[in-house]
Design a protein around this ligand. Structure first.
Ligand code: SF4
Length: 173
């Protein structure tokens, strides 16, 4: 499994930490951030409500996993202009490479990140998902507290004026 950490770091993640004994809690207060007013992905993507299912259905899916790798991209901000969406996309492009090269077809994985799934240029929703086994599910739709995850991994995750943190979690058995 140390190999998986090496693969993740070689893909460009700033940090990669294996987590054991995971019991993920799906919290309603965090799911509330997923709403049609707050996010343009709502109702347009398989990984966002309503496509991703109810919070109870999400909780059931992640309850099947108790191990994972936390992947963090840390970006230093430019003083006058920061393209947050672009930085999130770079993080997810890294994630796509990691999943496709090192995980797909080799293990049963379930991935969560921020910013929506980017496997397709345009999500096929509501037509069937083209990569249901490896798609990038949403941490916020699953009501997962990213701060708690980072704390468990011993990683920093707090508002900083000069840097931003993007996080993904790939679960496996
Ligand atoms: S793999 Fe494609 S169809 Fe499936 S959730 Fe991702 S973007 Fe949508």
């Amino acid at each position: 499994m140390d190999e998986l950490v090496r693969f993740a770091l070689s893909t460009g993640f700033t940090h990669a930490v294996l987590l054991d004994d995971l019991t993920l809690e799906c919290e309603e207060r965090l799911r509330e951030y997923c709403n049609p007013k707050g996010c343009r992905n709502h109702g347009n993507n398989w990984v966002c409500p309503p496509g991703c299912g109810t919070l109870a259905e999400c909780a059931e899916k992640v309850s099947a996993f108790h191990r994972g790798i936390l992947l963090q991209s840390v970006s230093v901000l430019k003083p006058l202009f920061t393209d947050y969406r672009g930085l999130n996309r770079k993080h997810n492009l890294r994630l796509r490479e990691f999943i496709e090269k090192y995980c797909a077809g080799q293990m049963d994985v379930f991935t969560l990140t921020s910013g929506g799934c980017i496997f397709c240029d345009t999500c096929t929703y509501p037509e069937p998902c083209v990569k249901p086994d490896i798609r990038m599910n949403s941490l916020s739709a699953y009501g997962i507290d990213v701060g708690k995850l980072c704390e468990k991994a011993g990683l920093e995750y707090a508002f900083q004026p000069d840097r931003v943190y993007y996080v993904a979690l790939t679960l496996f058995n």
